[in-house]
Write a protein that binds this ligand. Structure first.
Ligand code: ADE
Length: 245
């Protein structure tokens, strides 16, 4: 359906992902009232677990996720944003199918190319280059994740975002040592930047589909759908405890 009305007044929880498999289960479970097409993205408006939601698959990478978040926040009355999906585990502990509830995000590929190589730039926007998730949503996501997969499989920490699929042991080492990251993916930091600009609480929830190492493509192929569904189940558990005004 073409998008034909101004920002609706109903307050809704925004749920965004990058890929189809990261929202398939959520959409199956959603009582969809209608779908708006905006900027090449589908915004599914309805109720999930009894809560008013807008669910969108924005696409892979920081540009499309930022565009998707901005389109969502411009066109709907959003109370908070939950980003759901998969990531590469780069921490010693974060194994395939473990869950990372993101506390802070950083763009690991934002910087300068010099004769000496790439140098990360921080502070161009007056920050230290790290963007914090909302504490209340982090706690809700953590509790929901523990409920679904058990405490030993849930981690909280920094996630590094960039426009590259990481499949390299040496880059994983850099992400750990330079950014203190425990997972890497391709969208979270841009969602964080947009939500910060709009002053909206957000959290990024990721199940590990691979270890971002030399075997990452193969592991991803085998595990991505399972990992994506796992994050979706955690989102649904979270929704049970979110208060809607
Ligand atoms: N998402 C899932 N696995 C990833 C990886 N290895 N690199 C970047 N994004 C990912």
């Amino acid at each position: 359906m073409p998008f034909s009305y101004a920002k609706t007044n109903d307050l809704r929880i925004g749920i965004i992902s990058a890929m189809h498999n990261e929202v398939d289960l959520l959409l199956q479970e959603t009582d969809i009232d209608h779908t708006d097409s905006i900027g090449g993205m589908d915004f599914n408006v309805g109720f999930l677990c009894g809560k008013p939601v807008v669910i969108a698959r924005a696409g892979v990478g920081k540009i499309l996720s930022a565009a998707g978040a901005a389109a969502m926040l411009n066109n709907y009355n959003i109370s908070e944003v939950i980003f759901t999906g998969i990531a590469g585990g780069v921490g010693d502990d974060t194994k395939v199918l473990d869950v990372v509830v993101t506390t802070r995000l950083v763009q690991h590929d934002f910087g300068e190319i010099r004769n000496e190589g790439f140098e990360w730039t921080k502070g161009y926007d007056g920050t230290d280059g790290y963007y914090s998730c909302d504490e209340k949503l982090v706690n809700l996501a953590y509790d929901a994740a523990v409920d679904i997969v058990g405490k030993e499989h849930v981690f909280q920490g920094i996630v590094a975002s960039g426009d590259q699929f990481v499949a390299s042991e040496s880059y994983v080492k850099k992400l750990r040592e330079e950014f203190n990251a425990i997972a890497c993916e391709m969208e979270g930091a841009s969602i964080a930047l947009i939500c910060n600009r709009y002053g909206l609480p957000f959290v990024v929830l990721r199940t590990m589909s691979d270890k971002a190492d030399g075997l990452a493509h193969e592991t991803f192929r085998n595990m991505a759908n399972i990992a994506a569904d796992n994050s979706s189940r955690i989102v649904m558990k979270m929704l049970e405890s979110i208060d809607c005004q």
